[in-house]
Design a protein around this ligand. Structure first.
Ligand code: AMP
Ligand code: ZN
Length: 104
């Protein structure tokens, strides 16, 4: 499958990884829109929120919980979580990702 984020997961494309476990990867956005801009992704290829299945309910909850954990570890004093869905929703990369943005 020709997916950039799957290639990042498989280390075929390099990225600035800030967190990794068996189910998730988090790395710095290559074109940050804020002083802190991380992307948190499931290792399972899910194209977008629109492609979630019943079996992904737990995974999507864990994704949000991981964002909270990363924000705590980085001592972020407030942050934004964004998910773009579909081309008209601003989604460019077709592998579900959570943007974590913060000023510090
Ligand atoms: P979206 O518009 O929600 O699909 O966001 C895709 C994000 O991926 C954008 O913020 C891009 O800057 C970011 N991005 C694209 N290529 C890379 C890459 N190779 N490494 C890290 N971030 C990337
Ligand atoms: Zn993928």
């Amino acid at each position: 499958m020709d997916c950039l984020f799957c290639k990042i997961i498989n280390k075929e494309v390099s990225s600035d990884i800030i967190y990794e476990d068996d189910k998730f990867l988090a790395f710095k956005d290559i074109n940050p829109k804020a002083p802190i801009h991380f992307l948190i992704i499931p290792k399972k290829h899910i194209t977008s929120i629109n492609h979630l299945q019943e079996e992904d309910k737990m995974l999507i909850g864990e994704l949000i919980f991981l964002a909270k954990k990363i924000a705590e570890e980085k001592n972020l004093d407030g942050y934004q979580l964004h998910i773009n869905v579909g081309r008209n929703g601003g989604q460019i990369i077709d592998h579900l990702h959570l943007h974590l943005l913060a000023n510090k």
